[in-house]
Design a protein around this ligand. Structure first.
Ligand code: SF4
Ligand code: SF4
Length: 233
């Protein structure tokens, strides 16, 4: 089982994770305001004008304050980070804000590991209340991996494989989608493995031991939980 409490990311992986976070979650202007000067330096700031619902930004003390948008500010942060590639310590400070977790600079776990960051996700003590929100509402259709498919094949789980749409190239499975109603190309309206036992005010996954990795890893962080409506704690 992967260590859910500490996660190592190389510099490139960390930048990809920041990109993924920005793409996944909107309404992050407060976060952007905090990391903007960390990325552009002293004198740079973002100003939100709540009354007029506008946002303005400066990239240095002597630059002009120009109108912008959350999307644009995120893109400019990413462009700057990719162009200047901050050192691990600065990247750790930025990622700490982005992921809402304790992040430190360090070397990867393998011998002679690459420089990067360690994220303390504090997910080992996360308690799922089995509210079912993630299974009922989140989009996981593209989250099934070829490795999941292989695992179900190895275990002879034809019942699960019946609900997996696959793309094959030269006979090899190269991509999978879940959950596809057997004999059709249509996604199931709800996950076929989600059940609500009579008399219980909670949901259960009837393939819990072999559920897809995306389900196993949800939520990845406390922020991920908070931003996607997870009722766990
Ligand atoms: S496979 Fe299990 S964990 Fe994943 S969505 Fe279905 S019920 Fe939820
Ligand atoms: S949304 Fe969170 S608390 Fe609810 S079932 Fe999913 S992981 Fe558990």
């Amino acid at each position: 089982m992967p260590n859910r409490e500490r996660l190592f990311l190389t510099t490139d992986e960390a930048l990809d994770a920041v990109r993924g976070d920005f793409a996944q979650y909107n309404s992050q202007l407060n976060l952007i305001s905090v990391i903007w000067p960390m990325v552009f330096g002293d004198g740079a700031y973002v100003r939100q004008n709540a009354g007029r619902r506008s946002v303005w930004a400066k990239v240095s003390a002597d630059s002009k304050l120009t109108p912008s948008s959350e999307h644009d500010l995120k893109q400019r942060i990413l462009d700057r980070l990719v162009r200047l590639t901050p050192g691990p310590k600065q990247l750790a400070r930025i990622c700490s804000r982005v992921f809402g977790a304790h992040v430190t600079a360090g070397l990867g776990p393998e011998p002679g590991g690459s420089p990067g960051i360690w994220i303390d996700t504090k997910m080992n003590d996360f308690v799922c209340t089995q509210c079912g929100h993630c299974c009922l509402t989140l989009d996981y259709h593209d989250g099934c991996s070829v490795r999941d498919h292989q695992r179900w094949q190895d275990r002879g789980r034809a019942d699960i494989l019946d609900w997996v749409g696959v793309v094959r190239r030269h006979g090899e499975v190269t991509a999978c989608r879940i959950w596809v109603v057997p004999g059709t190309n249509a996604f199931a309206e709800t996950c076929p493995w989600l059940a609500r036992p009579i008399g219980l005010n909670r949901y259960v996954c009837t393939i819990h031991d072999v559920r897809p990795t995306i389900c196993r890893q949800y939520p990845g962080t406390r922020k991920h939980a908070r931003m996607t409506g997870c009722g766990g704690a």
